[in-house]
Design a protein around this ligand. Structure first.
Ligand code: XBP
Ligand code: MG
Length: 240
């Protein structure tokens, strides 16, 4: 029986990567006087590394004009990442990011039916706070039975740590939960935690393979709309 719906954030709740984080990384580079810009196409490759600090580090490792020493590169990534997050928060607070189709509808349906909502993301807590405060209002935390962020689960997706922790905090078993994701890494994380997962493709994963997903669609409102009843039957259909 379905008892909890666990949401990924970036790409699933909103197109935060292309329009939010990417733009904010570029602002952090510019502020630090660094001549680097991540364009929309290049960011697709960069997204293979989950975690903002880890993503910067991976980029520095392959740039000839980045510090040569590992310690210096690590220090630079640690300096740039919080600045990126500050720019992201600013952008979100200005209303620069809106929820994807059907997200608010399905969250409202969960609330109305007493279905637990949870978040399992590999994004920093400040970013989650900025986004949901903008989308749901200042009391957004009251919507969720558990909010697992990068600080709680340092092993980034595709590692299942964030999902395992979310299950534990909500107090449900893997077969009683359903995950919503937008990326192959996210789907792998949910499945590795034993959770069935539906995928709404985001801009960067429009052509990705999603083997093992309960279903894959463009968004939650694409006909027929994703409802709790539909998710519940997807869950029982898998035999769990
Ligand atoms: C999200 C991420 C994050 C964001 C940036 O993955 O990989 O790193 O890109 O956020 P998912 P931070 O959607 O699977 O949770 O800078 O806070 O890491
Ligand atoms: Mg995602």
């Amino acid at each position: 029986m379905l008892r909890a719906l666990i949401w990924d954030v970036d790409g699933t709740v909103a197109e935060t990567e292309r329009d939010g984080h990417r733009v904010a990384f570029n602002r952090a580079f510019a502020e630090a006087g660094l001549p680097w810009t991540w364009d929309v196409a290049e960011y697709a490759e960069l997204l293979e590394v989950t975690g903002g600090r880890e993503r910067i580090l991976a980029y520095l490792q392959r740039r000839g004009d980045a510090p040569a020493g590992a310690v210096e590169r690590e220090a630079l990534a640690r300096q740039l990442h919080p600045r990126k997050n500050a720019f992201y928060a600013e952008l979100v607070a200005q209303g620069g990011i809106t929820a994807r189709p059907g997200v608010r509808r399905l969250m409202d349906e969960c609330r109305a039916q007493g279905m637990a909502l949870a978040i399992a993301t590999t994004t920093s807590r400040v970013n989650v706070d900025a986004l949901f405060a903008s989308l749901l209002g200042g009391d957004w935390q009251t919507w969720f039975a558990a909010v697992v962020c990068a600080e709680d689960a340092p092993d980034k997706k595709p590692h299942p740590q964030a999902y395992r922790l979310a299950l534990q905090r909500v107090g449900v078993l893997p077969h009683e939960a359903f995950a919503l994701e937008d990326s192959p890494n996210g789907l792998m994380a949910a499945r590795a935690a034993g959770i069935a997962c539906g995928v709404t493709r985001s801009a960067y994963f429009a052509d990705a393979q999603f083997d093992g997903a309960a279903w894959v669609r463009d968004d939650l409102d694409a006909p027929p709309p994703v409802t709790l009843a539909m998710i519940g039957s997807a869950l029982s259909g898998r035999g769990g």
